[in-house]
Design a protein. Sequence first.
Length: 137
Amino acid sequence: MRGERSGETRRGALALELGAALVATVLLGVAAFDLCFPLFLQATLNHAARAGVDAAMEKPRPNEEIEAAVRESALGLLGEEADVAVVYQNPLGAGTTGPTTGGLVSVRISGVPAARVLGGWWGAPLTLAARAADQLP
C-alpha cells in the first residue's frame, strides 16, 4: 500500500512541476517579446523615415506622397495618432515650404506608442520617434 501511495505522490509532484515550468516558460517568452518589440519598432521607424527622405530625394513630390511612402515603409505599424512631418530648409537657415536645390529635407515621425503586452509592469508607456534628413541635389 505504501508503494502505491508513493507513486501517486510522485505523479502529482510531476504534474505540479510541469505546470510551474510551463507557466515560467510562457512568462519568460512574453517578457522577451515585450522587451524586444520596442527595439524592432524603433528600427522600423528609422527605416521608414529614411525611406521618406529617399522618396523626397528622387524627384520633387507633394508632402502627401512622401508621407504615404513613410507609412508604407513602416509595415503598418504607424497608427492614426502618429505624426509624420516633412520639412524643407534653406541652406541659409530660412524655412521653406518646398524643395530647393542644395536645401535640406527632413522627415520626422513622432507620437508612435510602443504597445506592450505586459502593460504598465515595466514602467511608463513608451512613445517612440524617428528622424532622417539629407541635402537635396
